[in-house]
Design a protein around this ligand. Structure first.
Ligand code: CP
Ligand code: NVA
Length: 298
């Protein structure tokens, strides 16, 4: 449910399996460890990548995924999360949930007898960052010694990057505007474990100096839409544009979890330019999540 609960061996194992599953899929090899298994996917927020990649991943591995729109199930009419968890456990082999509150996913997990996967909460987006570190490894030949600069909001994606840096030997430099930094308790806990590889600054140029990867995400996450105008003002110096990209290492790679708000946190020029690897990044959601599903449900 959180990358912080994994250890380096477990993450390395998932990365290795994802590479095998990706190669198998490219070669047209069928691998169906989830035959007869079902995954329930609860969505309280919109999604393109997470929904489609989990659904396709289940299908490719011989299983079945049910899309459960929060609005259509009894949760939206007040059925308790704990009761919903007990009910779904009787039908499903696993649950993936995207919710506003992180506590809701924890409550689900406490009352199910099947694995629960966090498909994004306001606090964390672990599947995203696990697949992002896989993309980093593919492009850089590994994660050791790589410098990742995260520029923008100290949000769910930033928190999962911090948790990942606590577990793996890469350097993470975050540049967030004042008042938009990550949760201090997540940062402090990660720093204790990672022995100072995680840096938090306000100047995006300082963060990207020497960076192999520049990463960004939207300025107003789902649920923060009413703050959009204020955030446009507060984040205006944090745009990933050609000037900022030039301040990274030669050949620096640009990543974004997507959806992108072109012209806000990232320019068209960068999104459509040679440094950008977002389409490979988005594809890897599928392969890494298949590794996660196989590990938890296979
Ligand atoms: N990156 C990501 O999780 O995308 P979706 O919101 O489309 O699922
Ligand atoms: N931080 C973004 C990520 C979207 C995938 C959000 O929560 O909306």
């Amino acid at each position: 449910m959180s990358i912080f609960s994994l250890n380096q061996d477990e993450i390395d194992y998932l990365m290795g399996r994802a590479a095998v599953l990706k190669a198998q899929q490219r070669e047209g090899v069928r691998h169906t460890p989830l035959k007869g298994k079902t995954l329930g996917m609860i969505f309280e927020k919109a999604s393109t990548r997470t929904r489609v990649s989990f659904e396709v991943g289940m299908y490719q591995m011989g299983g079945y995924a049910l899309f459960l729109d929060f609005k259509d199930i009894q949760l939206s009419r007040g059925e308790a999360i704990a009761d919903t968890a007990r009910v779904l456990s009787r039908y499903m082999d696993g649950i993936m949930a995207r919710t506003f509150s992180h506590e809701a996913i924890e409550e689900l997990a406490r009352h199910t007898t099947v694995p629960v996967i966090n498909g994004l909460s306001d606090l964390l987006h672990p599947c995203q960052v696990l697949s992002d570190i896989f993309t980093v490894m593919e492009k850089m030949g590994g994660y050791r010694g790589v410098k990742v600069a995260y520029v923008g909001d100290g949000n769910n994606v930033a928190h999962s990057w911090i948790n990942c840096a606590a577990k793996l030997a890469f350097q993470l430099s975050l540049a967030c505007p004042k008042g938009y930094g990550p949760d201090p308790s997540i940062l402090e806990r990660a720093r204790r474990e990672s022995r100072g590889k995680i840096q938090l600054v306000h100047d995006p140029y300082e963060a990207v100096s020497g960076a192999d990867i520049i990463y960004t995400d939207v300025w107003a996450s789902m649920g923060k839409e009413d703050e959009h105008a204020d955030r446009l003002r507060d984040f205006r110096d944090y745009q990933v544009n050609s000037r900022l990209v030039k301040a990274g290492k030669t050949g620096v790679l640009v990543m974004h979890c997507l959806p992108a708000h072109r012209g806000e946190e990232i320019t068209d020029e960068v999104m459509d330019g040679d440094h950008c690897i977002v389409w490979d990044q988005t594809e890897n959601r599928l392969h890494v999540q298949k590794a996660i599903l196989e590990w938890l449900m296979g």
